[in-house]
Design a protein around this ligand. Structure first.
Ligand code: MD6
Ligand code: FE
Length: 205
């Protein structure tokens, strides 16, 4: 897997628009959905309040990111089935190493499933100790409006449209930048069965 030069979006943020062509997107989605048969999507809840997320989630890898009343954490087992998360499919590992040639294998691939109306509030990815390694984000399905800020919640933000097949790397000065998904553009893709968007974020923990 060879990637062309990325577009610089901000310090530490690089975007490969449509790095995956439609056939590659379908192949990746097929691999992802078939792997979720071993680790079904679940709807996490917010720490303390117990408010359900508007997305559903699952993970691949040795560690998965979970959220429930007890807080945010990484754990080795699916909270409902009690089984280890399935391994990260080799196709995803190849994309990781193409985007981040110097990084060791990721521990975690968090899979977010957005139906129309789902969103993700402004947050930092900071539950990892490996903050020196970037996060790779891969988008499949409906277009999404991604909000990118700075390292303070009050930093100015910009909006970026993420489309199916886009790869986004978040590292360096942006590794702790606030970001979120304002909304999904309903009907913009029919890749994901039933509509919506799947986002994969791969990281070292
Ligand atoms: C999403 N992405 O695109 C959510 N996190 O659905 C993230 O939360 C994210 O895109 C860290 C780095 C890149 C990301
Ligand atoms: Fe994030």
């Amino acid at each position: 897997m060879q990637l062309p030069n990325a577009l610089p979006i901000a310090q530490g943020v690089r975007l490969w628009p449509q790095a995956l062509n439609p056939a590659q997107q379908s192949e990746l989605l097929e691999v992802v959905l078939s792997t979720t048969a071993q680790a079904p999507f679940l709807r996490p809840t917010m720490p303390r309040t117990g408010t359900p997320f508007t997305v559903t989630q699952t993970n691949f890898g040795t560690l998965g990111w979970v959220s429930d009343a007890q807080g945010y954490r990484y754990q080795a087992h699916h909270p409902v089935t009690g089984q280890p998360w399935p391994p990260i499919p080799s196709l995803l590992l190849r994309l990781w190493h193409a985007a981040l040639p110097d990084a060791p294998d990721p521990h975690c691939c968090l899979v977010n499933h957005y139906r129309d109306g789902a969103r993700m509030g402004l947050h930092q990815d900071r539950d990892e100790t490996a903050l020196d390694v970037p996060v790779l984000s891969i988008s499949l399905g409906a277009d999404a409006l991604f909000r990118l800020g700075g390292t303070s919640r009050k930093s100015p933000t910009q909006s970026l449209k993420l489309r199916s097949g886009d790869l986004l790397v978040f590292g360096g000065a942006a590794r702790l930048a606030f970001h979120g998904i304002d909304r999904i553009l309903a009907g913009s893709s029919d890749l994901v069965p039933g509509g919506g968007r799947i986002n994969l974020t791969l990281r070292r923990v």
